[in-house]
Design a protein around this ligand. Structure first.
Ligand code: CMC
Length: 379
């Protein structure tokens, strides 16, 4: 037995063929395909298929996959009823986590861990997450949810369900790129969590519910929300410099959307997102939020504190601006992260099942020993 670093820094605990993160080179691949190629050419559905089925689909397979997702695209009335009872100010990720858990309650095959049953549940989870997210965004405002359009892509369908307005091709393309970039990222905290749960032979809904719990924190999937809130606090491009000097340098505040456990160079997803965020901002004729983000990034890139520690913008930095320009409120952003990551989570649950060994590490006991029992009345 040997002790490892706190936070499991640099520890390899399992094998995967889903994605490869090269933190020194700043390189990310899914099943061997570079994210640069996938975001340039693929739909989110193709990438989800690639992760789940280990290879790119041909035309017929993609159509069948889309039909399989469409077959799961419903918003059952009991979900609407329960959402209408939830407190409107609950964190939306708490709502999504609860709805995914409830999905397991209503699935008679929830405890069937065979590959066939798990694949159908994986499709359901991928299809349901954008529906739940859009429905909650509307129900919390007292609006009726908009039913999913089975003929649209997942990105287009989500945007339509969210606002009721037909999204533009530029908006659909931007969200498609974002969802692809979120689809998988090796053994990040939420994916690790899902694999721990799956390793006990528990059901997939339990694994994904637990993953959503891990995602919520601002060190992980909650970072896009915290990043957008930081940009809103800055307010104007003219305030970036004073924010950096007073808050970051003077007050020791972290730049949200910066830093990463694995990347010791630029997060390759952030490079792609910066490009698409700027393009979307220009196409909308409003670069206000992009200018704030780019201004702060430029200051950090020129500061030895950040360069010496190799702290760069991560995936949540520009994506917060991109999602905001798509009309998504900050506290809904972690749910959109979850829409993309769902393909990765379910893939890892299936991978864990293939060659499962219970994940059960140990802790080094550092507490007191040989304490003498004292009766309650004598304490
Ligand atoms: N701003 C300023 N300083 C930072 C930042 C930051 N965003 N991130 C790390 N540092 C400093 C940190 O204070 C520490 O300094 P020192 O060596 O002097 O103690 C050093 O860099 C190493 O950081 P760490 O916290 O030990 O690194 P970690 O691997 O434990 O944490 C992290 C990684 C992502 C939690 C952290 O960088 C962070 O809190 N970033 C802000 C939140 C964020 O953007 N999270 C999204 C992560 S990427 C997407 C995802 O996983 O969901």
């Amino acid at each position: 037995m040997h002790e490892v670093a706190k936070g499991l820094v640099g520890v390899i605990v399992t094998e995967t063929t889903a994605s490869m993160v090269d933190g020194s080179a700043g390189h990310l691949t899914y099943r061997g395909y570079a994210i640069e190629d996938l975001t340039a050419h693929a739909s989110y559905e193709e990438v989800a298929y690639l992760l789940l089925h280990q290879r790119l689909p041909n035309r017929r397979e993609l159509t069948e996959f889309q039909e399989g997702l469409a077959a799961e695209m419903t918003l059952e009335p009991y979900f609407v009823e329960v959402m209408q009872r939830f407190p409107k100010n609950s964190h939306p990720l708490t709502i999504l986590r609860t709805l995914i858990s409830i999905t397991g309650v209503y699935d008679a095959t929830a405890n069937d861990n065979s590959l066939e049953a798990e694949l159908r549940k994986a499709y359901r989870l991928i299809a349901y997450t954008p529906i739940f997210t859009a429905a909650w965004a509307r129900i919390r405002q007292g609006l009726a949810p908009i039913p999913p359009d089975k003929h649209l892509s997942l990105a287009a369908s989500f945007l339509h369900m969210h606002t009721g307005v037909n999204p533009t091709p530029a908006e659909i393309a931007a969200l498609n790129v974002y969802l692809i970039l979120m689809a998988d990222h090796s053994l990040n905290p939420s994916t690790f969590t899902s694999r721990v749960v799956a390793s006990t032979d528990s059901d997939i809904y339990s694994a994904i519910t637990a993953a959503l719990g891990a995602l919520k924190g601002p060190k992980h999937g909650g970072a896009n929300e915290a990043t957008m809130e930081m940009f809103m606090e800055i307010g104007n491009p003219e305030n970036v410099s004073s924010f950096f000097t007073e808050q970051v340098k003077g007050n020791g505040r972290k730049i949200m959307g910066f830093g990463h456990r694995v990347y010791r160079t630029t997060d390759p997803r952030s490079v792609i997102l910066r490009h698409h965020t700027e393009a979307l901002a220009k196409s909308l004729g409003n670069t206000h939020w992009f200018d704030i983000a780019a201004g702060l990034e430029n200051l950090a890139l020129a500061d030895p504190y950040f360069t010496e520690r190799r702290i760069y913008a991560n995936v949540d930095y520009y994506s917060s601006v991109l999602l905001y320009m798509l009309g998504i409120e900050p506290n809904l952003m972690p749910l959109v992260f979850a829409i993309g990551r769902m393909a990765g989570w379910v893939t890892h649950v299936l991978e864990q099942r293939l060659e499962n060994r219970l994940i059960h590490p140990e802790a080094l006991y550092i507490g007191e020993n040989d304490r003498i029992w004292v009766n309650l009345e004598d304490r």
